[in-house]
Design a binder for this molecule. Structure first.
Ligand code: PLP
Length: 428
């Protein structure tokens, strides 16, 4: 497999782009080598500029749940394009997408669309503060909630990959109201509530996806909600990754917990830039123009993005691929575990429906600290061998792999063959 054209573009890109990427997770810092440049994608497959074809388990870090260029999504986006790109005024499709979203999440009466997951969460946090009149927010170590200042501490994948504890440029004042707790450890949350009486909310990825996949144990989420309410705080579910992916109603549907405020992104736009935050009326009425919490956006509710979102979610509901995801996900999980066993490699695999990833450790991973016991050098060897054998993975031990409903039997076979070669290489 040759990467000559990617290499050339990378060198060219270094001149006017930072590290030749527009998001640091796209750099190959932790696996060595340089990022691949992509030419096109269709269905389950992505193709780089050198013509190498891969089964895509990155899926743009989650949004492409139907696979690439689904014909209904493409048709809807093209149709919207013909009517104009942006109006700075309301359109009917915003109402349609809002209804689909509110119907999927029973805890949401109203929703506000924004342009990214980061915006969704920073607005959701502001809303928690506006609603409760309190300032502090509890977040969990290893959870990533976008790159807003207040939550850019102990924030998982991108930072863990680059071994950064937080980010330069974030003033102390911006994080002084951020409290850190340990995932799956209710006592660590209780300790904060015992110490502070001005906690507005607890924000969590209901299934962690940014320290690798980490699943809430037992009734962690239910207990968390109870604890928050007992202390006059709200539960904020960051379902940017899990929304419409774990189930149509997100991880909340699977886990049977209704959050007070829900933040969405990724799948909701089907590859177009859409984020959203929503809650019951009592909470959303705080948002301008109904209430005093200001939040706005020139391109929010963009017509092309709304069309992309409506068509993606409509098709997703029709396909209802969640049983299929469970089936394919468990096949890949078994492939990983059995191949690792064959080559005598310590491996722990976490999976929640269509999100999974292997950790090169024998430790069962239930929090960020345990995730970090992974041997990232082994992951790097594994990663490159998977690439060379036609499987596109996120270039980090701490990112989730995603499945799309476009995956075919031949793709699973390709993943199995590549895994065998990659584990063999790790064992060498
Ligand atoms: N929240 C979670 C759980 C995420 O995984 C991400 C991105 O990966 C974000 C928020 C930020 O979303 P965006 O990258 O669209 O700003």
């Amino acid at each position: 497999m040759k990467f000559k054209k990617s290499q050339k573009l990378y060198n060219k890109g270094l001149v006017n782009l930072v590290g030749a990427v527009n998001s640091p997770v796209r750099a190959f810092s932790s696996v060595g080598g340089n990022p691949l440049f992509i030419k096109k994608a269709k269905g389950s497959t992505i193709t780089d500029v050198d013509g190498n074809e891969y089964v895509d388990l990155v899926l743009s870090y989650g949004p492409m749940i139907l696979g690439h260029r689904h014909k209904k999504v493409e048709k809807a986006a093209k149709k919207a394009l013909k009517n104009g790109y942006s109006f700075g005024a309301s359109t009917e499709n915003e109402i349609k997408l809002a209804k689909i979203v509110c119907d999927a999440f029973p805890g949401m009466d109203k929703v506000r669309f924004v342009n990214s997951g980061t915006e969704a969460v920073l607005s959701g946090i502001r809303l928690a503060r506006a609603f409760t009149g309190k300032d502090k927010i509890i977040k969990f170590s290893g959870c990533y909630h976008g790159h807003q200042d207040a939550l850019l501490v102990a924030a998982g994948s991108g930072l863990a990959t680059l071994s950064l504890p937080g980010s330069k440029g974030v003033p102390e004042g911006a994080v002084k109201n951020t409290l850190i707790a340990e995932y799956n450890n209710l006592e660590s949350v209780k300790a904060h509530f015992e110490k502070f009486d001005d906690i507005a909310g607890v924000i969590i990825e209901p299934v962690g996806g940014n320290m690798g996949v980490v699943i809430p144990q037992n009734d962690f989420l239910k207990d968390l909600k109870e604890l928050a309410h007992k202390n006059g705080a709200v539960l904020i579910a960051d379902e940017v990754m899990t929304g419409f992916r774990s189930k149509f109603g997100g991880a909340q549907e699977v886990l049977g917990v209704e959050a007070d405020i829900t933040c969405l992104g990724k799948v909701i736009g089907g590859g177009f830039p859409v984020g959203a935050y929503g809650a019951r009326n009592e909470i959303m009425e705080n948002v301008a123009p109904l209430g005093g919490m200001y939040q706005a956006g020139t391109l929010s509710g963009n017509p092309i993005a709304m069309a992309g979102g409506i068509s993606t979610l409509t098709e997703l509901k029709k396909q209802n691929p969640y049983d299929k995801f469970e089936e394919i996900g468990s096949i890949i999980e078994v492939i990983l575990l059995e191949t690792a066993k064959k080559y005598n490699i310590d491996l722990s695999v976490n999976r929640f429906g269509s999100m999974l990833n292997p950790f090169f450790t024998k430790t069962k991973v239930t929090n960020f600290e345990e995730a970090q016991t992974s041997d990232t050098e082994k992951f790097a060897v594994f990663f490159w061998e998977m690439i060379k054998n036609g499987v596109f993975l996120p270039p980090s031990q701490f990112e989730a792999w995603f499945l799309s409903s476009a995956l075919k039997d031949k793709d699973i076979k390709k993943i199995a063959d590549a895994t065998d070669k990659a584990m063999q290489k790790v064992a060498d």
